[in-house]
Design a binder for this molecule. Structure first.
Ligand code: G6P
Length: 627
């Protein structure tokens, strides 16, 4: 988390850096800062809180500098105070650094540097970097290289342990911006006589679409004349930028009050795009009507699937488990990546390992996959890693790590709470499970066709749900704006949707909410229920409908106000539930793509009514690049 940007060129850097940071605020927003080099000095301005605080400070200053770096922070080491905000400087204030990541050996380095006379001003791990660079600059023999600054940064990063991306400027080298990537994302943008760097592409897409994502262990030297890339040993590497398929308008609100609401409304389009990309015309297909571009050997003798993910992606994976087991008949386990990396399941043969991460940058998910890859290396062929990534950012670190990707087609998501990327992940799991079912012949072709035809109806059902529910959820939000606790119930394929509904509410409205499998309620959570605790139950006709209705009755008997996410014309439901968030009658198997929508809207409207910052909820970050 944390976002970094950098600029070198012919325009005033400050506004470009601020505009870039605005697009990266989703990565952290507890403080921000900018450093530039002008008239032989580093100018550094930092402010606690959201970016507008920094902007107002900068408005009072005239600064024509054409080189600079910026940072938006999600605190890891040290409180979110101005003195801990980046950029950090060395003692003489000649070197300025912004960092995204964690320097694990900062304590030892700090002690060593203190003994050499360096004065520290913050509690952060990052501050060791400018001091270390200054130390190397001081000790470099004169005329030792064509770029002493680059050399000093290179030597310094060889001492750093951890996962990080940094951008560095120095008052003595006003025409050089040095950037480094080591297991935290960093992309370079190529303009005409101007160059950019950022943690993520939305920060630079307004200026250029020619980008080069750095790889781990690479250092780039940006000057007004061009970009040179090196490895940590100092060898020059040949690399070319590529064109990005992302327009600046895709990262605007387009009339919606919040990005989250816009992204909820984009969901029918996401489902349509996924249908078009993953499913071929049934008549044309031979073995399988699904096209994910995965090689045949990937599926051969498949015995088991292990999925690692975090947060909302973990919920999508739980729906995936249901589909993979029920449709393709493959035993599937879903793990929190942060747990799996330290306590993996015993090695099993013929196992597909799937990492699900919308950002492709979640540190725990990447580490769990790296661990799995490593422990399978050198094993018998049947134990070798078959790795698959499901991500919305194929150009991410995940994309570099795994050989096969299912690209989810949500487009860029800015709201910190995931909505359309969740639906896109569900679509990827439907395609994967159906493809496996086709290859393994666990579902007859006619049934497959029926399911795919059902999926094709979903976009218009989401549209109808959105139209019907906007005012209903707004109305409910009015009643529940002050509620302290919520329970969400679902069963079977809709249990993960109960979890997701509760997570959305927690994340953006700060209301305590729990998602439970409806049948488990009586084993504990029922003790929480009374008239002050509303219960949202997802009740879709199918295998567990009556069971969910009975569980809902149990809640009602304890005075809870009952809200039903259930089909429009269901008489029984209308009698039991106090409030309805009606959805169309769809096949239970497909229902999660629909039932999640009213829960997203409910969370959105409650948070909006509480006057909260829906797109940037407190303490969260969209992309969690630390353990
Ligand atoms: C953060 C975000 C969540 C997200 C999770 C996993 O916690 O706030 O919205 O679900 O990371 O992110 P990923 O990019 O791996 O899907």
């Amino acid at each position: 988390m944390c976002g970094i940007v950098g600029y070198i060129g012919t325009q005033a850097a400050t506004e470009i850096l601020l505009a870039g940071l605005e697009k990266l605020e989703y990565r952290g927003y507890d403080s921000a800062g900018i450093a530039t080099v002008w008239e032989g000095e580093v100018n550094c301005v930092r402010a606690k809180g959201k970016l507008h605080n920094l902007r107002s400070k900068l408005e009072q200053l005239e600064n024509p500098a054409q080189i600079g770096i910026g940072h938006t922070r999600w605190a890891t080491h040290g409180k979110p105070e101005e003195y801990n905000a980046h950029p950090h400087l060395d003692t003489a204030m000649r070197v300025a650094v912004v960092q995204n990541g964690i320097i694990e050996n900062y304590r030892e380095l700090r002690e060593e540097l203190k003994q050499k006379g360096h004065e520290f001003r913050s509690e952060t791990d990052t501050e060791v970097i400018p001091h270390l660079i200054a130390e190397f600059l001081k000790n470099l023999p004169a005329s030792s290289s064509s770029s002493p600054f680059l050399d000093a940064v290179r030597q310094a990063v060889n001492y750093l342990k951890g996962a990080f991306a940094i951008a560095v400027i120095c008052a003595d080298y006003p025409d050089e911006l040095i950037v480094v990537r080591q297991q935290a994302p960093l992309v370079i943008g190529f303009g005409q006589g101007e160059f950019f760097c950022a943690s993520d592409t939305p920060a630079i897409v307004a200026y250029t679409r020619a980008v080069l994502p750095l790889e781990n262990g690479e250092i780039a030297r940006l000057t007004p004349l061009g970009v040179e890339i090196y490895n940590f040993a100092g060898d020059r590497l040949k690399k070319q930028p590529r064109m990005l398929n992302l327009s600046p308008t895709m990262v605007e609100k387009q009339g919606f009050k919040h990005f989250m609401l816009k992204e909820i409304y984009e969901q029918p389009g996401v489902v349509r795009a996924s249908l078009e990309a993953y499913f071929t015309n049934i008549e044309e297909s031979s073995e399988s009507p699904i096209n994910l571009g995965l090689p045949r050997e990937f599926y051969a003798d498949l015995a088991q699937i292990q999925i690692v993910a975090c947060g909302t992606s973990w919920h999508a994976a739980l729906v995936g488990k249901y589909l993979l087991e029920q449709l393709a008949g493959i035993s599937t386990q879903v793990h929190y990546a942060s747990e799996y990396r330290y306590a993996p399941s015993p090695l099993t043969p013929n196992t597909l390992i799937i990492g699900v991460t919308q950002s492709g940058e979640t540190a725990d998910t990447l580490a769990a996959l790296a661990m799995e890859k490593e422990r399978r290396q050198g094993q018998e062929p049947q134990y070798q890693a078959r790795l698959l990534g499901i991500t919305n950012r194929p150009e991410s670190s995940l994309g570099l790590m795994v050989p096969h990707i299912i690209n989810t087609l949500a487009g860029i998501e800015i709201g910190v709470a995931a909505t359309k990327t969740f639906i896109a992940q569900l679509m990827a799991f439907y395609a994967l499970a159906l493809d496996l079912a086709a290859h393994r012949q666990t579902v007859p072709l006619e049934k497959l066709v029926e399911i795919i035809n059902g999926l094709r109806q979903i976009p218009k059902e989401i549209e109808a749900t959105l139209e019907a529910q906007e005012s209903l959820t707004e109305h409910l939000a009015h009643d529940f704006a002050e509620t302290k606790d919520f329970i969400f119930l679902g069963r079977g394929i809709n249990f993960p949707i109960a979890l997701e509904g509760a997570l959305k509410l927690k994340e953006i409205s700060y209301i305590h909410a729990e998602g439970y499998p409806a049948g488990e309620m009586k084993h504990g959570p029922i003790a929480l229920l009374d008239a002050k605790v509303p219960v949202v139950a997802i009740a879709i006709p199918g295998s567990v409908y009556e069971k969910v209705i009975s569980n809902a009755q149990e809640a009602k008997a304890r005075d809870s106000r009952l809200i039903g996410v259930t089909p429009v014309n269901d008489g029984e439901a209308a009698e039991i539930f106090n409030d309805l968030l009606p959805v169309s009658s769809v096949d239970e198997l497909l229902s999660p793509i629909l039932t999640v929508v009213p829960l997203q809207l409910l969370a959105y409207h409650i948070a909006a009514r509480r006057g909260l910052d829906v797109d940037q909820p407190r303490n969260l970050a969209k992309s969690v690049t630390v353990e």
